[in-house]
Write a new protein. Structure first.
Length: 174
C-alpha cells in the first residue's frame, strides 16, 4: 500500500513537468537499496528514495506511548548532472514533506478521537512524523562550480568571441 501511495505522489509531483514528448522525469522502481545504489554508481539515476523494511512497522507506533519515527532515505547523485539531480532531489523532498503534512493531520485526528491527550514523545514526532535522511553521492566538490565547471571554463572564450565580433563590426562600419 505504501508503495502505491508513494508512486501516486511521485506521479502527481512530476505531472507538471510533462510535455508533448512525455514526462521530464522518468521514475524507476527497484527492489533493494543495493540495486538503487548500484544504479547511482553506474550513473543510471539522478536520485533515489529508499523506504526501509521497518518503515510501516515504525509508522504504526506513532500514537503509542513509545513512538518510533519512521525514516526515508533520499540519495541525490550530484555527479551525474547537478541541475537534474537537484530537481529530482527537490521532488523527493517535496513528496516526503507532503506525506508529513497528511500523516500529521491523520495522527492529530486519531489522537483527538482516542483521548485528546498527546504525550511529549508523541508530540515530538508530530512535527515531522517521517524523518528524512538526505545524502549526496558522487559529490561534485568545491572547485567545480556545482558541476558546471566545463560551462564556466568555456564562458570566457565565448565572451571573448562576442567582443571580437563586436570590435570587427564597429571597425568595418567606420
Amino acid at each position: 500500500m505504501l508503495e502505491q501511495v508513494l508512486t501516486g505522489m511521485i506521479k502527481q509531483q512530476t505531472s507538471s513537468t510533462a510535455s508533448a514528448d512525455g514526462p521530464a522525469i522518468e521514475w524507476v522502481h527497484v527492489n533493494t537499496e543495493k540495486e538503487a545504489m548500484s544504479g547511482l554508481d553506474e550513473q543510471k539515476y539522478y536520485a533515489a528514495l529508499v523506504v526501509p523494511a521497518d518503515f510501516s512497522q515504525n509508522q504504526g507506533t506513532l500514537l503509542t506511548e513509545k513512538p518510533v519515527q519512521p525514516q526515508l532515505r533520499i540519495y541525490v547523485n550530484q555527479g551525474m548532472s547537478s541541475s537534474a539531480s537537484t530537481m529530482a532531489g527537490q521532488v523527493l523532498n517535496q513528496i516526503v514533506d507532503t506525506m508529513n503534512v497528511k500523516i500529521r493531520a491523520d495522527l492529530l485526528a486519531a489522537a483527538g478521537k482516542q483521548s485528546g491527550k498527546v504525550t511529549v514523545q508523541q508530540a515530538s514526532v508530530l512535527a515531522a512524523p517521517i524523518a528524512k535522511d538526505v545524502k549526496n553521492v558522487h559529490e561534485t566538490g568545491t572547485h567545480t562550480a556545482n558541476g558546471n565547471a566545463p560551462v564556466s571554463l568555456f564562458q570566457p572564450i565565448w565572451m571573448g568571441s562576442i567582443l571580437a565580433g563586436l570590435c570587427s563590426i564597429s571597425s568595418s562600419a567606420s
